[in-house]
Design a protein around this ligand. Structure first.
Ligand code: FES
Ligand code: FE2
Length: 370
């Protein structure tokens, strides 16, 4: 692993170190183990599920004396499961009670006293497709777009993903997002040389449509892949009459470091899925992970590409990076970037998708929300 790191400012992305958008912060099933302590965007957070089922994300530290709300698990009030009250949480040290909106609700030994200065920040959270998502906005604004959702998730024969937790890599999220336009790596890295390609930018969504022959499967593979904001990739992949959806999500931990998860949504032949169907689903996720891991390995060992030495027939990294930059500035300034890059972009001298490939599941999937 190289120790040459690059940060947001090195890439000249925008005034903010961390981007605006929806980001995965945990797998929903992890919350059945109790409250979690999380670290993203160079900040500490407390995540828990209230008694109503509501998921709550707060700044981690109590305003009384700075105790981490979810890290001190041996404290009596936590060890005896008394720290979640309704949708509120008690601090492990002196049991000051915080509501899901971050407001101090009570001090057990000071009836009627709730100083506003003790309030902490609460963040917008969504639970979708087994994922816990947070809205991160460096300006503290409310969400200005919805997270993605796959309607196919609700099909009767859907076999839902259990995420691969891939840990953190010392690479800036920008270089992971470069993949969206990187037409020339598909053959050398993934063994699936591209036969047609295009990108489309629509405000906070970037779409890639491409296809080619996948050597390892001896099959033609068509993919429609889209990012909704800079953190959540979904990809509809069709080969040999099989359709799967791949999920790749990345969340900044600190400047220049990114955490990643991976999953595959596939479909069983039987309802309920047979053991054979479940094995096939697991294999589909493993195969997709093996393909993605080739990128991951490159990212782990490369030095930063602060500027890409972009050739004429390369992917359009400059446009792609401009699209990414919108998330590192105010939502207002982002509009100008969107106006600049919105539209369909092609690679010089490279075949474009047929209209059938262009339409395949496009509006249905790329812009669906829960
Ligand atoms: S430090 Fe949190 S209640 Fe005292
Ligand atoms: Fe790739």
């Amino acid at each position: 692993m190289t120790d040459v790191k690059a940060k947001t400012a090195d890439y000249g992305l925008g005034p903010y170190t961390f981007p605006r958008g929806w980001f995965v912060i945990a797998e929903a099933s992890q919350l059945s183990e109790g409250p979690m302590a999380l670290n993203y965007f160079d900040k500490e957070f407390a995540l828990y599920r209230g008694e109503s089922g509501r998921v709550v994300l707060l700044d981690a530290y109590c305003k009384h004396m700075g105790t981490h709300l979810t890290k001190s698990v041996s404290a009596h009030v936590v060890a005896t499961n008394q720290n979640i009250v309704g949708d509120s949480i008690l601090c492990p040290y002196h049991a000051w009670q915080y509501g899901p909106d971050g407001q101090l609700e009570s001090i057990p030994y000071e009836p009627g006293l709730c100083p506003k200065s003790a309030n902490i920040k609460s963040y917008p959270v969504r639970e979708i497709m087994g994922l816990i998502l947070m809205w991160h906005d460096p300006e503290g604004g409310e969400p200005d777009f919805d997270p993605p959702f796959l309607p196919a998730w609700e099909k009767e024969n859907a076999v839902h993903w259990q995420l691969d937790h891939l840990g953190s890599i010392p690479i800036h999220q920008l270089e992971i997002l470069d993949n969206m336009t990187d037409v020339r790596h598909l053959g050398p890295t993934h063994g699936s040389p591209c036969e047609y390609f295009e990108n489309e930018y629509r405000d906070h969504v970037v779409i890639q449509r491409q296809g080619g022959t996948l050597a390892t499967y001896n099959a033609h593979l068509d993919t429609v892949t889209w990012y909704t904001g800079p953190g959540i990739l979904l990809s509809k992949q069709t080969y040999n009459d099989i359709t799967i959806f791949e999920l790749i999500v990345n969340t900044p931990i600190k400047d220049g470091y990114t955490q990643a998860w991976h999953g595959v949504l596939s479909f069983a032949n039987n309802i309920p899925p047979s053991t054979k169907d479940l094995v096939a689903a697991k294999q589909a996720q493993e195969a997709a992970l093996a393909a993605f891991s080739t990128d991951f390995e490159v990212w782990k060992h490369k030095i930063p590409a602060i500027k890409v030495l972009q050739t004429k027939r390369d992917g359009q990294f400059k446009t792609q990076r401009k699209w990414v930059s919108q998330f590192y500035m105010s939502a207002n300034d982002a509009k100008k970037i969107q106006e600049e890059v919105n539209g369909v972009h092609h690679i010089e001298d490279f075949p474009q998708p047929t209209s059938a490939a262009r339409d395949a599941g496009f509006e249905d999937d790329c812009f669906a929300t829960a």
